[in-house]
Design a protein around this ligand. Structure first.
Ligand code: PLP
Length: 365
């Protein structure tokens, strides 16, 4: 099981803090934005007397409201096409377990969310990477590159949209290209859309379940963690119009009994969050992105891709080894007793030797 590149430097950060250095945690996707009050109040004001299991697929009432949320995003799904999970993390694990046999393959543009490595290891499957390039802002690699890698073991293409760690937002045209190839080869298109709301410059997010004719192929991974700054709730979901997928995922859900009951109550209430909350959050993130990118661009030798969504960027540094650099800025460097923790990017690649001079920065402070 690979270690998390996002968390592995924690002991160095803790040491620096003991030595009186203030560390800004730009390594982790933990938003500092306040959780909506409606969600917290739903817990505070609750008079529940028995904290029971919920249904394995999540409470009926909550799934119904999630379906309404999707309808507002032009995604036509019913409550029985949704399975509530313990974070998007569990949804990823369930989907890999459900659509693959050990030894099967999933094609993923890299760099990708590092824990896909851990989930695929746990599922006994192999990630086959397609390289996306910093010089191209990490746009979708040419579709022929995917085509070359498809074998009898390939079960799915997995994208993260908008991307962690790249911040890249796939265009309608790019999703159309992916839709065509998965239909031709009868594969699943798994889209991790946990950052759906966080898109900038008035761009539009295209979901794989927005009218691309992917009813049998598309699987959405979703989460309340980032959307409502509720990472500790541990609630996500998996969405598919393919009945076989839902029936299989349900078996995994039954084996772990139920998603957390209290957190579902909070997540259901969070759906009442007004659009003004997101409008404000997006302005805040957009300003931070602009500051971060403008300052990075001023540093000689630094290359950075302009993120269009999520709250991360990948920067290429004039260093040989970003792992050592990230450790050094925690152990031996400070400016007025302050320093930063970043995530070395090699762990976001599965091709050995890639990303060794890159870091991921989360603009969350
Ligand atoms: C792309 C992506 N997918 C899934 C997750 C999992 O989040 P959670 O399990 O908190 O829903 C994360 C968390 O950082 C993420 O960045």
């Amino acid at each position: 099981m690979p270690e998390s590149p996002i968390r592995k430097l924690v002991p160095y950060a803790e040491n620096a803090k003991k030595n009186g250095i203030e560390i800004f945690h730009l390594n982790i996707g933990q938003p500092d934005i306040k959780t909506p009050k409606v969600a917290l109040d739903a817990i505070k004001n609750n008079t529940i007397e028995v904290l029971a299991y919920s249904r394995s697929e999540g409470s009926e009432q909550y799934r119904q409201k999630i379906a309404d949320y999707y309808a507002n995003n032009s995604i036509d799904v019913s409550a029985d096409e949704i399975i509530v999970t313990t974070g998007g993390s569990e949804a990823l694990l369930f989907v890999m377990g459900s659509i693959t046999d050990p030894g099967d393959e999933i094609i993923i543009p890299e760099p990708f969310y590092a824990n896909y490595n851990g989930f695929s290891t746990a599922s006994g499957i192999n990630i086959v990477p397609v390289v996306s390039k910093i010089e191209e802002n990490f746009a979708l690699p040419p579709i022929e590159e995917f085509e070359k890698l498809i074998s009898s073991k390939t079960k799915a293409i997995l994208i993260c949209n908008p991307g962690n760690p790249t911040g890249y937002l796939y265009s309608k045209d790019e999703i159309q290209k992916l839709a065509k190839i998965v239909k031709e080869h009868d594969l699943f298109l798994i889209a991790d859309e946990v950052y759906r709301e966080f898109v900038y410059d008035n761009a539009k997010h295209y979901s794989v379940l927005n009218n691309f004719g992917l009813e049998n192929h598309a699987i959405i991974i979703d989460s309340v963690s980032k959307r409502y700054s509720m990472c500790g709730a541990r609630i996500g979901c998996l969405v598919s119009k393919n009945k076989e997928v839902i029936n299989t995922v349900l078996k995994f859900a039954q084996a772990r009994l139920s998603p957390p009951t209290f957190a579902q109550i909070a997540s259901e209430a969070a759906l009442e969050t007004p659009q003004s909350y997101f409008d404000e959050v997006i302005v805040e993130y957009e300003e931070r992105r602009d500051t971060l990118i403008a300052e990075l661009q001023k540093i000689e030798g630094v290359k950075v891709a302009m993120p269009k969504g999520a709250f991360y960027c990948v920067a290429e540094l004039p260093v040989d080894n970003a792992d050592k650099f990230a450790q050094w800025i925690l152990e031996d460097f400070n400016l007025n007793n302050q320093s930063v923790m970043v995530a070395p990017a090699a762990g976001f690649y599965s091709t050995k030797g890639f990303g060794t001079n890159q870091i991921r920065i989360a603009y969350l402070h």
